[in-house]
Ligand binder design. Structure first.
Ligand SMILES: [Fe+2]
Length: 303
């Protein structure tokens, strides 16, 4: 198994493609430590070994940055793209989410100082425990003044939103994990790179054949699979709401619009500078190379 780590001169070359120093990626991390983490990450590991390595790594947020294959400077459709439109009666679903958020004081109770896990259901009902957020990410946010983030409301592993689970099922993922990403006004999540650790951890825990597969640190997926995460807008866009994917922004979305993105490399961020909540559905899981999402096909899905 040969993994190719891109060299620093290739890094420079891809930066030059941008043609303007204003677009160069700026991150808050120590460059030498980042390079050491890049080297370490490229060592051959099984999926189980990789997850263990990342979980005990004190620099989780740096590992995320180190994992990116420097995609900035590429065109927008390489960074993110529309993948589906889901048609259904959204009004009762949105109302249910709003009511749930009010009832559970989601907006009031959770900021970047909140480092304990929070579940929709009681812990004893949920043996499949999967943490939402690494504390080093929250520490990085606090260090840079980010006070309010977004809260994840579980869909998979909970019985609170069965209709949203059925909508997630339309995307035909394996080992799928779905949450509502509920971002209140002033909620922000600064630039970062994803690992899609939650579906990977589920698969490793329950399927030893996945646990023992080699982990590919370039695709950030088990060999033979692709991890994939899509975002599905649950309400129409309000001015002031934003997703950034490298040099491009996703705005102006309509209820039911879904986007896919190059999760392995694309640094992304989200902020809500409107005065209304911004709920969307985050669906993550495994797909094979011949899956319609992997082929970048667009589908209209009706629920
Ligand atoms: Fe993310």
């Amino acid at each position: 198994m040969a993994y190719i780590k891109r060299k620093l001169d290739e890094l420079d070359e891809s930066q030059i493609k941008v043609g303007n120093a204003d677009f160069l990626h700026k991150h808050p991390y120590d460059p030498q430590l980042l390079e050491e983490i890049r080297d370490d990450m490229m060592k051959p590991r099984t999926c189980a070994e990789f997850m263990e390595w990342i979980e005990i790594n004190p620099h989780y947020d740096m590992v995320a940055e180190a994992s990116s294959q420097f995609i900035r400077g590429n065109s927008e459709d390489v960074c993110f793209w529309n993948c589906a439109k889901v048609e259904t009666d959204w009004d009762p679903i949105v109302k249910k989410i709003d009511d749930f958020a009010k009832e559970n004081k989601v907006v009031e109770n959770f900021d970047t100082n909140y480092t304990d896990e929070w579940r929709l259901n009681k812990q004893e009902k949920q043996k499949e425990f999967i943490p939402f957020r690494h504390n080093s990410e929250l520490a990085n946010m606090r260090m840079h003044g980010f006070k309010k983030q977004y809260q994840l409301l579980e869909v998979t592993l909970s019985d609170s939103f069965p209709e949203l689970q059925e909508i997630a099922d339309l995307f035909e993922f394996t080992w799928e994990k779905t949450d509502i990403n509920f971002q209140p006004p002033s909620g922000q999540f600064p630039r970062h790179v994803d690992f899609l650790a939650t579906p990977l951890k589920r698969a490793i825990e329950y399927d030893s054949s996945v646990a023992n597969l080699p982990y590919n640190p370039i695709t950030k997926s088990p060999e033979g699979w692709r991890l994939c995460r899509i975002l599905l807008a649950l309400e129409n866009w309000s001015p002031g709401q934003l997703f950034s994917y490298e040099n491009y922004n996703w705005t102006n979305w309509s209820q039911g619009d879904a986007v896919n993105f190059n999760f392995a490399s694309v640094r992304h961020a989200t902020s809500n500078c409107s005065y209304v909540n911004r709920p969307l559905l985050k669906i993550s899981g495994f797909i094979k190379e011949d899956h319609w999402l992997a082929r970048k096909e667009f589908r209209r899905l009706v629920y």
